[in-house]
Design a protein around this ligand. Structure first.
Ligand SMILES: C[C@H](CCC(=O)NCCS(=O)(=O)O)[C@H]1CC[C@H]2[C@@H]3[C@H](O)C[C@@H]4C[C@H](O)CC[C@]4(C)[C@H]3C[C@H](O)[C@]12C
Length: 325
């Protein structure tokens, strides 16, 4: 499972938890402005916005899991196994392979509104990256530095682009159903509840956090959607960048999957392999991993974004304990 969130705190922060049972060897990858981006069914982009995100590189192509661009737009792909449906190439449409959607949007959109425009008359085409690497069943959240966000889902009904009023995405079911489910939890609150059940009877509030008593806590995607929405909606705004990114990771940690809790096969467990969060205004990409709680950062503006070749940073996966004696 995965969870993605946009959080506004002066600047906006966007990223995700990547939950899977096996690490795919991802790296932090910068695609500079003048690296030629080829598409299977769309014109080549010789120049475009610079991109930073988590990806694997195959045949010199960045297969992004999630990323942001220098204009403050972010996008993440999350599993959508079952409802996801991609179509054959259709004449007269913008045919985008699912693995191209992240670079397609980030290379060209400077806002969610522009991303929507890019998606009009689009078709997510059922094109595999290679014989060995088949299209993954995904849906996507796109967000920008104003805090706006949309959800993009391609199902048998066609391509749906929904406004995302909560700025959260997990996995199944389809996005409108996630919002219906969220309604069930609208009375969940950081404050103590009002006794409307038996107002004339004294019912003790025997614990702090009583208002969040009915918040779901499972690993499943509906539970994570509700919990992440609650954590994000009530997250404090920090006084500076360090406080904000710290708050951001606390939101993601509220739905982090510890090893051993989500069995996806005999003795095989899905877990939060990495969490990342970017400052959409400053172009700084932060991440932590399951094995390394320290926050690491790559600032895209410290690289030559006018260059023509991919820039990669290996993941810093070693736990660093600061011994105090
Ligand atoms: C598995 C990842 C999503 C994580 C997630 O949502 N897990 C939940 C699992 S579940 O609901 O509980 O089943 C997705 C996110 C981005 C995906 C990758 C990116 O789309 C880039 C390429 C695209 C290629 O078509 C397939 C390999 C791939 C490298 C993808 C592998 C995998 O499907 C990734 C890594």
């Amino acid at each position: 499972m995965c969870t993605s969130v946009i959080y506004q705190a002066g600047d906006s922060y966007f990223g995700r938890n990547l939950d899977l049972e096996v690490s795919l060897g991802q790296q932090v990858v910068i695609t500079p402005r003048d690296m030629v981006l080829n598409f299977r069914e769309l014109p080549t982009l010789e120049h475009h916005y610079a991109i930073i995100g988590m990806a694997i590189v195959r045949d010199n192509y960045p297969l992004y899991f999630d990323g942001i661009n220098e204009k403050g737009v972010g996008i993440a792909g999350l599993n959508f196994d079952g409802p996801a449906h991609y179509f054959p190439v259709q004449e007269g449409k913008k045919n985008i392979a699912s693995f191209e959607l992240v670079p397609y949007i980030l290379a060209q959109a400077s806002s969610v509104a522009e991303a929507k425009e890019l998606l009009t008359n689009a078709n997510i085409a059922n094109i595999n990256f290679s014989e060995k690497m088949h299209a993954a069943p995904l849906h996507w959240i796109v967000a920008d530095k104003t805090g706006a966000s949309i959800t993009v889902e391609s199902t048998t009904a066609g391509l749906n682009v929904y406004d995302n009023p909560v700025g959260v995405l997990t996995n199944n079911p389809q996005f409108p159903d996630q919002l219906v489910n969220l309604s069930n939890y609208q009375s969940v609150s950081p404050a103590d509840p009002q006794n409307t059940l038996a107002p004339d009877t004294t019912l003790p509030v025997y614990s702090r956090g009583f208002g969040s008593r009915f918040l779901p806590g499972g690993m499943d995607s509906e539970s994570r959607f509700v919990k992440a929405a609650f954590a994000k909606m009530h997250a404090p705004v920090g006084n500076n960048e360090v406080e904000n990114i710290t708050n951001y990771f606390h939101i993601l940690q509220s739905v982090e999957q510890q090893k051993g809790l989500d069995e996806v096969g005999p003795n095989t467990y899905e877990y939060t392999i990495y969490s990342d969060g970017s400052n959409l205004s400053k172009g700084i990409f932060y991440y932590r991993t399951y094995d390394n709680n320290q926050i690491n950062a790559v600032d895209m503006h410290k690289e030559n974004l006018a260059s023509t070749t991919l820039i990669t940073y290996p993941i810093n996966d070693q736990q660093k304990i600061e011994y105090q004696n």
